[in-house]
Write a protein that binds this ligand. Structure first.
Ligand SMILES: [Zn+2]
Length: 120
């Protein structure tokens, strides 16, 4: 399942894929990486926010998809370590520690994503 939203590679504005582009992305994904791009709307579309060109093939293939960035990885690791730390420090049940760590991990991931975006 690909994301319905993606980031403009120039200004990082979160944009929504058109339904057609999204369906095309799903189709090419099911056909493998070398999905035939028959009937692609245009080779490039202008970003509504900054006017920069976004190549349609990259957008459809999920190159600019929102999420899946460094924040998700860091959040996952932070959550995992947080869960272990909570169990060790407070003797919590694994499921309670897991819920807290999951929420914490997502928050950490969002912060890291935000910072990474500001730096890039
Ligand atoms: Zn833009």
């Amino acid at each position: 399942m690909k994301s319905e939203t993606f980031h403009c590679p120039h200004c990082r504005t979160v944009l929504k894929k058109s339904a057609a582009a999204w369906v095309l992305g799903e189709m090419s994904a099911s056909k493998g990486a070398r999905g035939v791009m028959m009937g692609a709307p245009a080779p490039a579309v202008p970003c509504p926010a900054c006017g920069g060109t976004i190549d349609t093939a990259g957008m459809v293939s999920g190159k600019y998809d929102a999420g899946g960035g460094i924040g998700d990885v860091v959040g996952l690791v932070a959550g995992l370590f947080g869960m272990i730390a909570l169990i060790a420090a407070y003797d919590l049940s694994w499921w309670l520690a897991g819920i807290i760590a999951l929420v914490g991990g997502v928050l950490v991931g969002r912060v890291v994503d935000f910072v990474a975006r500001k730096l890039s």
